[in-house]
Design a protein around this ligand. Structure first.
Ligand SMILES: [Zn+2]
Length: 548
C-alpha cells in the first residue's frame, strides 16, 4: 500500500501544485463543493468503537471534533439494502416515491426481475464486449441533490459519482450528472456508460492502464495495528461462521493476495484496497475535473463499497472489519488534506453516512446466547411452493420472492380463479406459524397492520404498486438470510437501520445531535444549506441543529 499510495499522492501533489493555490481570506457564504460519502454497510456504533485506534485527528475525528454528529439517524423504510439507501440519501425520498424498491425487484408491469440501474438503451464505456456498463439512473423517478444543484445553477455545477458498485456511483450522481465511474471486476478498470458520454476521460484511462490492483495484490492484506488491539476488541481471528472470500485455504491474517495478480480482479473489493481505488478515482476526479474552483457549487458523490463486502464475509466483530476502518480512516485523512489544498478549508461541505448497517453474524450471537439464526435465502420460496402444491394450487401464482417481498402472478390467479384474499390467507397463516416470522403484512393494507406505527410507516414508505410485492414478511430480530457463514441486512431492526451521519465544513454548526432524524433528512439539510430546491420527492426535514 505504501508504494501505491506514494505513487498516487505524488501524482496528486504534482497536479495540485500545478494549479493556482486557492487563497480566500474569508469563507464564502456558500460552499464551492459538496462531498457526499456513503460508507456501504457502516453501522452507527463503529466510529465510537474504533475511535481510540484511529491514527489521525484528520479522518473520522475531523467530523467528530470539528463537525456535527447526528447520533440517532435512522432509515425510515424497508428494505434496508444498498440501492434503496443510496437513492434515499440523495433524493430525500423513500422507495414508495423514488421507485427504487430494492437492489432488484419484480416489475409488475414488465413481468420480470429488474436490476436497479439496468438500462438496455446505453452501452458500456471503457470496456468492450461487456454488459457491465449498460447502466444508468433511468429507474429513479425523482430528482436528486445533484440534479437540483444543476437546475439551480443553469447546469454550471459539476456532478460526479464514484464507487466500486455501479449503483453506488450512478444513483448518487443523479440524472443530469457529468459522469459516474464504477469498478469492473472482470477487467480491473473503472468504467462508465454512454449515458454520460462516448469515452472515458483521458486521466481515467491512464489510471486504468497503470493496473494499480495488481500492485495492491502484491502487497497483501496486513494488519495496521498490533494483534493485541484486535484481540482486545474483536471476536477470534478465525471462526467457522465467517466466509472465506479469498479461498477456503486462506483464513485469518495476514492474507497473501499475490495469487490473484493478473487473474482475479474481483477479490480486491473484499479488501480495504477497494477503498484505495475509490479514493484514488475520487481524488483524480476532484483534481482533473477542477471541482470546487468556481462560484458554482459542485457535488462529488463517493461510495465506499468494500466495507460491505468485508462486512458480509466477516461481520461487525471481526479483525477484518476493524482493520478496514483503521485503513479507511487514513484514506479520509489524506482526502481531507487534498480538499483543504484544492478547495480550501471552510470552502467545502462534506457529509458521511451509510446506505444501511448490518446484523451481527448469527453464529457469533449464538455463542453469546443472543438472538441470531441463519435463514436460508430460498427457504421461503421452497416452502411456499410445497405448500401451494399440496393445496392443489399451481405454485407459479407466486411470480417472485425478493428482499422480503412476495409477488403474486395476478394473470395466472385470474385464469385459475384464485382470489387474492384466499392466496393471502393461505400464505399468511402458514408463514406466521414459522419460528423465523414476526408477521406477514398485506402490502396494500400496511397502514393498518397490527404493528407499532413507526414500523407500519416504514413498510408503507417501502411500498410501490409497480415494483413491490403483494405481501411483505417481517422476520424476527437476529434472523439473517444467506448461508451458514457471514451475515446480512435488509430489515428495520436497529442493527440494520441505525446509520452514522456526520457533517463538516462550510455552513455546518459544530456539535452533537441526539434527537432522532432520518436518512431522508440528509438531502433537505444540504439543500437548505445551499439555498436550493429540495429534490422533487423529498419527504424529509432539514436537520436545523447542524446548520449554522
Ligand atoms: Zn449496501
Amino acid at each position: 500500500m505504501r508504494f501505491t499510495s506514494f505513487l498516487i499522492l505524488s501524482l496528486i501533489s504534482i497536479q495540485v501544485s500545478a494549479q493556482k493555490p486557492v487563497s480566500i481570506k474569508t469563507a464564502p457564504s456558500k460552499p464551492k463543493l459538496v462531498v457526499g460519502i456513503v460508507v456501504d454497510q457502516m453501522r452507527w456504533d463503529y466510529v465510537n468503537k474504533f475511535k481510540p485506534y484511529f491514527k489521525s485527528q484528520n479522518g473520522f475525528l475531523r467530523f467528530v471534533n470539528e463537525g456535527a454528529s447526528c447520533n440517532n439517524n435512522l432509515i425510515p423504510y424497508l428494505p434496508t439494502v444498498t440501492a434503496c439507501g443510496h437513492t434515499a440519501v440523495y433524493t430525500g425520498a423513500p422507495p414508495a416515491i423514488h421507485g427504487i424498491t430494492g437492489n432488484n425487484w419484480y416489475d409488475n408491469i414488465q413481468q420480470r426481475m429488474v436490476y436497479c440501474v439496468e438500462d438496455a438503451s446505453v452501452q458500456s464505456v471503457g470496456i468492450e464486449n461487456s454488459g457491465a456498463g449498460k447502466m444508468s439512473p433511468l429507474n429513479v423517478w425523482t430528482t436528486t441533490l445533484g440534479d437540483e444543484l444543476k437546475l439551480a445553477t443553469n447546469f454550471k455545477s459539476k456532478v460526479f459519482g464514484i464507487s466500486i458498485k455501479d449503483r453506488g456511483a450512478i444513483i448518487p450522481a443523479g440524472h443530469s450528472a457529468d459522469g459516474a465511474f464504477w469498478y469492473d471486476s472482470k477487467s480491473g478498470s473503472f468504467i462508465s456508460s454512454t449515458y454520460y458520454g462516448k469515452t472515458l476521460p483521458t486521466w481515467l484511462t491512464n489510471y486504468n492502464n497503470a493496473h494499480i490492483v495488481d500492485s495492491f495484490y502484491k502487497l497483501g492484506w496486513n494488519l495496521s495495528l498490533p494483534n493485541s488491539v484486535y484481540e482486545a476488541n474483536c471476536d477470534a481471528d478465525q471462526n467457522d461462521y465467517e466466509s472465506a472470500p479469498f479461498g477456503k485455504e486462506m483464513k485469518g491474517f495476514p492474507y497473501n493476495l499475490s495469487g490473484f495478480v493478473g487473474k482475479d480482479y474481483g477479490k480486491i473489493a473484499s479488501t480495504p484496497y477497494g477503498n484505495n481505488l475509490v479514493m484514488d478515482v475520487a481524488s483524480q476526479t476532484l483534481i482533473n475535473e477542477k471541482m470546487g474552483l468556481d462560484d458554482f457549487t459542485d457535488l462529488l458523490a463517493v461510495s465506499f463499497s468494500s466495507p460491505d463486502y468485508i462486512g458480509h464475509s466477516f461481520g461487525p466483530n471481526s479483525w477484518e472489519t476493524l482493520d478496514g476502518y483503521i485503513k479507511l480512516d487514513e484514506l479520509l485523512a489524506q482526502f481531507f488534506t487534498l480538499l483543504d489544498k484544492q478547495v480550501g478549508k471552510n470552502n467545502y461541505t462534506i457529509f458521511l453516512t451509510a446506505d444501511h448497517a448490518v446484523a451481527n453474524v448469527p453464529g457469533f450471537m449464538q455463542k453469546h446466547h443472543l438472538p441470531g439464526v441463519v435463514m436460508s435465502d430460498d427457504g421461503v420460496k421452497v416452502e411456499l411452493s410445497k405448500l401451494l402444491t399440496t393445496k392443489g394450487i399451481n405454485p407459479k401464482v407466486i411470480s417472485a420472492i425478493s428482499e422480503f417481498n412476495i409477488y403474486y402472478n395476478h394473470n395466472l390467479m385470474d385464469s385459475l380463479q384464485i382470489s387474492q384474499d384466499k392466496l393471502t390467507n393461505i400464505i399468511t397463516s402458514y408463514l406466521e406459524a414459522k419460528s423465523y416470522i414476526l408477521q406477514v403484512v398485506d402490502s396494500r393494507k400496511a397502514a393498518i397492520a397490527p404493528l407499532p406505527q413507526n414500523i407500519r410507516e416504514r413498510i408503507v414508505n417501502g411500498y410501490n404498486p409497480q415494483r413491490s410485492g403483494d405481501l411483505v414478511f417481517i422476520t424476527k430480530s437476529g434472523y439473517v438470510g444467506g448461508g451458514n457463514t457471514g451475515t446480512g441486512h435488509g430489515v428495520f431492526y436497529n442493527y440494520d437501520a441505525h446509520i452514522p451521519l456526520l457533517f463538516y465544513g462550510n455552513g455546518i454548526k459544530k456539535g452533537t445531535v441526539n434527537s432522532v432524524n432520518y436518512m431522508t433528512d440528509i438531502a433537505p439539510t444540504i439543500s437548505t444549506l445551499l439555498g436550493i430546491q429540495m429534490p422533487s420527492g423529498s419527504i424529509g426535514k432539514p436537520i436545523l441543529e447542524v446548520i449554522q
